[in-house]
Structure formats: structure tokens, C-alpha cells
Design a protein around this ligand. Structure first.
Ligand SMILES: [Zn+2]
Length: 317
């Protein structure tokens, strides 16, 4: 009896302790990671890799989405595999070892091209030898690396789950990298059996590009479009250029079957591009009421498309 009673007491105490842990865990889970895993991933083909920081999905044959779901950017880099070489479109946060992940997916040489050079897209650039870059001062400045933006990415409300064991938050920076070759609008990159075309899409940043795989009807849009609030508030963002760029991409929609953006979810239908143009037009014409967001920003929402902008920036004048 004594034992049973004691074990019951222990059980009660354990339950209370677990409840407290659960309550603490609940309050510590950042808002953004509560809806994870996102339902869209259920229908995608997951590929096992050894590093738990990444989730990898083969979204089309030879096209791998390298997703980092434990950090608030939910950044997605893409490895596109040809017969002779592969292209890595962005290198993620630099929090874990993206090069090792790519080596588990392809043995072909890898060239890196960034959708643009914000820190969350270039974190692993330093690990690769062949980096293509746009010929802009913005790109050259970012290639020197930086500490501030990187450090902001690992604030406690930005992390969901565990950081990699080898990761040292104190020394975390965006490491510098070398641009091996400049590329420009219209350039083609032959991967062997797969041709990619670079489309300059300045706006989000001066060096933003989209990547078109015309034969396979795929368009990789970087931060010009992804299925979450599109960030258009930073000083390097040019709204007039952005408008021109999204119109150019929308003109390609009839030739496409899939849009692959750089955050949250790797798949979207091409019909989203004309809707993006229409939504942005409405916002710029002051026809959309914004919702105030943090630090003087405003969120504009039109259907499933939304933009996070500086207050007063939306209208044309
Ligand atoms: Zn960006």
C-alpha cells in the first residue's frame, strides 16, 4: 500500500511537473512556428538527409527544396540538378552546413546563384567556390559579410526547436564570399540537359533575380514572390522597380506550371503572378486599408497576397 501511495504521489508530482514544462514550452513557442508543419508539405516528396536542421523535398525531378523550418525566415534554398553540374539558388541562413546537405543530393559540381544577397539567402555562400553575382554595389557590399542582421536572426523568438549542436551563437555572422563571375539579365546557365535563364527582377533589392527553367515550366522567384507577407520595407527596396519586375514575371505565367518562392512554402500556382500584380496595383493606388505592424510598418492584404511596407510608402506620391 505504502508503495502504491508513494508511487501515486510520485505520479501526481510528475504530472504537475510535466504540466509546468508544457505550460512553459507553450509560452516559449514563438507565434510563427505554431502552424508548423505547414500542411502544403504533406503532399511533397521528402528526401532524408543527415542534418536535422534542414528538411529536403524533391518538388520536381532534380529540383530539391532545402527548407530551414527552425528559424523564423523559414528560408528555402533550391538545388537544381542537371547532367553535368548543379545550381544552388541561395544558400540559406548559414546556421548549419548546407554544403554537406547538397553533397548528399548530388556529386556534380555546384555553382551558386543568389536570388538576392540579403543575409538569409547567402549564409552558406562562403562554403562554395563558384558564386555568380549581379554586378551591383549592393551585391559587392553584402559579399563582405556582416554581423548585425545575422545576430538578429537568432533572437529567442526567431528560433523554433533546437539550433545545431555545433552552432555557436556568439560567433554567428554572415561570412564573406567571393563573386567568381558577374551575370546579367538574360544570361543562360547550362547544367547539361537543363537550361536556366536569369531574369533580373530588381525591386525587393537592386540585385534580385528570378530563375526560369523554360523547358520544365518552372520559375524560381526568390523574395519577389513567396506565399507569405512580402517584405518591401527595407531602404534598398524600390517599389517602382518591383512593380515592373512582377509584371514581367506575370507575363510568363501562361508558360509555367509551378512557382517556387524563397520562404515558408516551396510551391505555388502560376496564377498567383497576375494576382500579385493586381494586388500590388491596388495597394499603390491606396485602395487597400493597411494594418499597422511593428516598427512603423504596415501590412497590406489583398486576398491571399500580402505586403509588409513602410507606412506612407504605398501610394505613388
Ligand atoms: Zn530578402
Amino acid at each position: 500500500m505504502a508503495n502504491r501511495t508513494m508511487s501515486k504521489q510520485v505520479r501526481i508530482l510528475t504530472c504537475v511537473a510535466l504540466l509546468e514544462v508544457a505550460v512553459i514550452a507553450q509560452t516559449q513557442i514563438p507565434e510563427w512556428c505554431r502552424p508548423l508543419p505547414r500542411p502544403e508539405y504533406k503532399s511533397l516528396h521528402r528526401v532524408n538527409v543527415s542534418d536535422p536542421w534542414f528538411e529536403v523535398y524533391e518538388v520536381r525531378p532534380g529540383v530539391f527544396a532545402l527548407y530551414e523550418p527552425h528559424q523564423a525566415e523559414e528560408i528555402i534554398s533550391y538545388l537544381i540538378v542537371g547532367e553535368k553540374q548543379s545550381l544552388l539558388f541561395d544558400t540559406g541562413m548559414g546556421i548549419s552546413d548546407i554544403r554537406k546537405v547538397t553533397s548528399e543530393l548530388t556529386r556534380l559540381p555546384i555553382v551558386v546563384l543568389n536570388s538576392h544577397t540579403h543575409n538569409d539567402h547567402v549564409g552558406g555562400n562562403w562554403q562554395f567556390e563558384t558564386i555568380y553575382g549581379m554586378d551591383t554595389d549592393f551585391t559587392r557590399t553584402n559579399a563582405r559579410g556582416s554581423r548585425e542582421d545575422a545576430q538578429a536572426e537568432i533572437a529567442s523568438d526567431q528560433i523554433c526547436g533546437n539550433l545545431p549542436k555545433e552552432f555557436n551563437p556568439k560567433t554567428y555572422v554572415t561570412r564573406p564570399w567571393k563573386i567568381k563571375e558577374y551575370v546579367r539579365d538574360g544570361a543562360r546557365i547550362d547544367l547539361g540537359g537543363r537550361m536556366l535563364e536569369i531574369i533580373a527582377t530588381p525591386g525587393h533589392t537592386p540585385d534580385a533575380v528570378a530563375l526560369l527553367d523554360r523547358a520544365n515550366r518552372l520559375l524560381f522567384t526568390g523574395d519577389t514572390y513567396y506565399p507569405a507577407p512580402i517584405w518591401l520595407f527595407r531602404p534598398e527596396t524600390d517599389l517602382v522597380a518591383y512593380d515592373t519586375s512582377i509584371r514581367r514575371l506575370a507575363a510568363l505565367a501562361p508558360q509555367l506550371t509551378l512557382i517556387l518562392g524563397a520562404h515558408n512554402i516551396p510551391v505555388a500556382p502560376p496564377s498567383v503572378l497576375p494576382r500579385l500584380v493586381a494586388a500590388f496595383k491596388q495597394v499603390r493606388a491606396s485602395k487597400v486599408a493597411g494594418t499597422p505592424a511593428s516598427s512603423g510598418k504596415v501590412l497590406y492584404k489583398v486576398g491571399e497576397i500580402s505586403f509588409l511596407m513602410r507606412s506612407q510608402a504605398a501610394s505613388k506620391h
